[in-house]
Design a protein around this ligand. Sequence first.
Ligand SMILES: NC(=O)c1ccc[n+]([C@@H]2O[C@H](COP(=O)([O-])OP(=O)(O)OC[C@H]3O[C@@H](n4cnc5c(N)ncnc54)[C@H](O)[C@@H]3O)[C@@H](O)[C@H]2O)c1
Ligand SMILES: O=C/C=C/C=C(\O)C(=O)O
Length: 489
Amino acid sequence: MKKELLNEKVKVSDAKLFIDGAYVDALSGDTFDTIDPATNIKLASVAKGNEHDAKRAIEAAQRTFESGIWSNMPVEERSDILCRMSDLILERVDELAYLETLDVGKPITESRGFDIPRAAQNFRFFAEMAKYVVQENYQKHNVMSYAEYGPAGVTSLIIPWNLPFMQLTWKASAALAAGNTIVVKPASYTPLSAVKLGEIANEAGLPPGVLNIITGPGSTVGTEMCTNPYVQRISFVGESNTGKTVMRNASENLTPVSLELGGKSANIVFEDADLDEAVSGSIEAIYRNQGEICLAGSRLLVQESVYDEFLEKFTNAAKNIKVGEPTDEQTDMGALVSKGHMETVDEYVKIGIAEGAKLAHGGQRVAGLDKGNFYEPTVLYDIDNKMRVAQEEIFGPVIVIIPFKTEEDAIRIANDSIYGLAGVVWTNDMRRARRVSSAVEAGLLWVNCWYIRDLRTPFGGSKASGIGREGGRHSFDFYTEAKTVTMKL
Ligand SMILES: NC(=O)c1ccc[n+]([C@@H]2O[C@H](COP(=O)([O-])OP(=O)(O)OC[C@H]3O[C@@H](n4cnc5c(N)ncnc54)[C@H](O)[C@@H]3O)[C@@H](O)[C@H]2O)c1
Ligand SMILES: O=C/C=C/C=C(\O)C(=O)O
């Protein structure tokens, strides 16, 4: 079934580089395999680009930018093309969702219900918004100053493997709407959906050379995308340590960076919260997408007075999660992206237990599903925030539960982290909600909910979780170059 669908819909031979509107092999002719996380069997051969291919793509993007075919196109026309891309993504939702599920290992209900529709929404949102970006114009006596926000130029987008199509389109749609030409690199574990964007672009009428896609290693392709002098903007999503390398490399040409990096977000449950709501929200915040979400509420802080009751309810809910074949409609949690990543997650659980953590559930691979990278939803409790499992990003289905006494303790523990991506607060006291959300050091705070998004809001992290914000006007700030023109009239 899988193979047939792959051959029929995915056309394995299509997993090539996309440069100047055409699918091409890597200059070296090299390929690499992308693997199905549910079986560890090869899914497809993918062109293995290197720095020379990246250079070729950047030069195509530069030529196209200079031609003005996209950068000078009236914004309404650009917007129409991007809206067509949005429509085409929706028309192909089943195929793209299937592809994403095969490549990432995530449940089909998640790909079809979230990743792909959100990708379509990304394109429509930024295409519409580009038409209404407010221009500044000031006057003092006979002097008028106004600002032009032109496209920045060739833009590099480097994407991780956890939400591949959603995050690629989150960046690509904004960068394109602003009039840039782009070069994108998906993660090597999950290149297949990104490759499809080339077909969609051609069908929508995006001029050749505006979008270029290079599959291949970060060390070669990614490095070129950060150091090539034609590149004017770099938007990167991935681990904090890779983010440091990106920033170091970007400094060579003083290229502006937007970095969305790792997290270890505090999810704080107060005694006055609706406990059932807090349990189901916290379950989603750690186990959705196998825990492979940067925004995961991966440090669960629970007030002592409700700790035992919460722990019992949470553990029962974790036991009820159905881990299984990602393409099965009944599956809640699929496979981890790779065998190596699953081993890292398992290693963390062992480290936690050695550090003194107690195990309420999980802590091992799922019995009977040993061909794929299936790991049980795992609950570690009685955690001290100093433990490695509380400080380091595990990026898998492992919650660490930490008791706390007072609001001040909760805030102190929440902020005792190198990361500052997100935070979650469960309480029915709105004054407390306001106080705690102000005090927690993070770019994103959710109260009595998790991962509800409004694309107009600033999105990004503080501390080691990133630099800059995207979303709404913040995306346009990053993907444009401002110029102030002052005229004496
Ligand atoms: N803050 C956010 O919005 C956000 C969103 C999703 C994922 N993440 C983070 O991403 C991480 C998981 O993703 P990952 O394992 O793919 O991250 P990663 O840092 O290993 O890789 C991310 C991308 O960078 C590329 N890359 C690797 N070395 C590079 C280099 N030297 N120069 C340029 N590019 C290079 C990779 O090939 C990949 O495409 C987690 O830390 C997670 O929290 C953050
Ligand atoms: O894993 C990280 C999640 C990133 C989410 C977004 O970029 C988004 O919702 O726009």
